[in-house]
Design a binder for this molecule. Structure first.
Ligand code: S3P
Length: 434
């Protein structure tokens, strides 16, 4: 069934969220390129991570799930041309990062995706990859999928990213690994650095100087590196739904175990603290990509402004932050977040439309929104459509836990891209879902 009925409930308790989607996909790519077999613990069992892994299998890697872990045997730098187009499903990260990797490795590839992915801009990766010497064809109407990639013999470039995007940064760095000479990317604002951290873990030399990241290319043969074991922490962006659900309810308590705490991902915690929630963090592992536990105690939150450098470090949490804004006292303003319009859906338009259905006072801006609360939520009498966007579906489910009637959310299968256990976890935390 592709819809869910969600009832109001007090959510609290303890939960362990599934593996990080961004890290899982990067590990799938790099372990597939390595020499030997890597053991990956905590790999996300979600559709996006599966699409990326099967793309790597189509190019010669071997993947085997056993005893609660994923074993990936890499191709020792020699990717094979896939027999068919790579179907990237819903995964923007898989598509954009892999485009850099295959362009660098000189493997001719076609990529397709679902309706949502097929509407997302790919010109942002075509431009730097073409500057490096790759051929990128986009046969979609607006610089969108399907994409044809033919690369090899790339040259290193210096590239000032036109937008703060970890996907574009990572695409250029992965292509740069196979280029002749040095590739430097300069970010306008700091974005998630999982690619850089994995390069360091694999002893791939990378230089980081503030917002400038450089890699000395290995040429078309690419780098040679050995397989190793990887531990993927829980996905902070999945934890975010429960963090907001509990932080927004005075007296509620939540513990999240074993979740990623990379500071380039956790700006939501600063926002929740600013708004008045009580948050305690215990770091279990500080090296590499850090992880640990989070404890949240809820309060009557107060509005805040979210803008500037904070935006990339909570980009995927903005829909659920808008939910917190609807429940908080005063104005919550989201600015500098026009990137939200080109995510799995136009998240500004979708959130504004959906919040209005609950009677929330919200004003749409070109680069964000202003939400004024607290709202006594009215129960919408129409079905809410996620439009295939997992984070919209989950945000609306969290919002409705605060209403006083049941709602139906349609098109919820997209939740499987990042968090297949979401509905089960909602029930574990005291929710009621049908
Ligand atoms: C991601 C980066 C972000 C984020 C996406 C995952 C990544 O996209 O929204 O969900 O894995 O690098 P952009 O880098 O395009 O902002």
């Amino acid at each position: 069934m592709n819809s869910k009925k969600v009832f109001p409930a007090k959510l609290e308790g303890t939960v362990k969220v599934p593996g990080d989607k961004s890290i899982s996909q990067r590990v799938a790519m790099l372990a597939s390129l390595a020499e030997g077999t890597s053991k990956v613990s905590g790999y996300l069992n979600g559709e996006d991570a599966r699409s990326t892994l099967s793309a790597m299998e189509q190019m010669g890697a071997k993947a085997d799930f056993r005893d609660d872990a994923l074993y990936i045997t890499g191709v020792a730098g020699k990717l094979q041309k896939p027999a068919e187009a790579l179907n990237m499903g819903n995964s923007g990260t898989g598509t954009r990062l892999l485009a850099g990797l295959v362009a660098g490795a000189g493997v001719e590839v076609a990529m397709v995706g679902d309706d949502s992915l097929s509407s997302r801009p790919m010109g942002r990766i075509r431009h730097p990859l073409e500057l490096m010497g790759a051929g990128i064809g986009l046969s979609g109407k607006k610089g969108t999928l399907p994409m044809m990639i033919s690369g090899g013999r790339l040259e290193g470039i210096g590239y000032l990213l036109p937008m703060a995007s970890a996907q574009v940064k990572s695409c250029v760095l992965l292509a740069g690994l196979f280029a002749k000479g040095k590739t430097t990317v300069i970010e306008p604002r700091p974005t998630r650095d999982h690619t850089e951290k994995l390069f360091q873990a694999l002893d791939i030399p990378i230089t980081i100087d503030g917002l400038e990241i450089s890699i000395e290319g290995f040429g078309e043969e690419g780098p040679k590196f050995k397989a190793r074991d990887f531990v993927v922490p829980g996905d902070f962006s999945s934890a975010a739904f429960w963090i907001v659900a509990v932080a927004s309810r005075p007296g509620a308590e939540l513990t999240i175990d074993n979740v990623g705490l990379n500071p380039r991902r956790t700006a939501l915690l600063d926002v929740m603290q600013r708004m008045g929630a009580d948050i305690e963090i215990t770091v279990t592992e500080a090296k590499g990509d850090p992880y640990g536990n989070i404890k949240v105690r809820g309060a009557q939150l107060k509005g805040t402004v979210i803008e500037g450098d904070e935006i990339p470090n909570l980009i995927d949490e903005l829909p659920v932050i808008a939910v917190a804004g609807a429940l908080a006292e005063g104005q919550t303003e989201i600015r500098d977040a026009a990137e939200l319009r080109v995510k799995e859906s136009d998240r500004i338009a979708e959130m504004v439309k959906n919040l209005k259905l609950f009677g929330v006072d919200v004003e749409e801006k070109s680069d964000g929104m202003v939400v004024t609360g607290p709202t006594h939520l009215k129960t919408p009498d129409v079905v809410i459509d996620s439009h295939g966007d997992h984070r919209i579906a989950m945000s609306m489910a969290v919002l409705n836990s605060f209403s006083d009637g049941a709602i139906t959310i349609d098109n919820v299968s997209c939740v499987d891209t990042s968090y297949p256990e979401f509905w089960q976890h909602m029930e574990k935390l005291g929710g009621h879902v049908q």
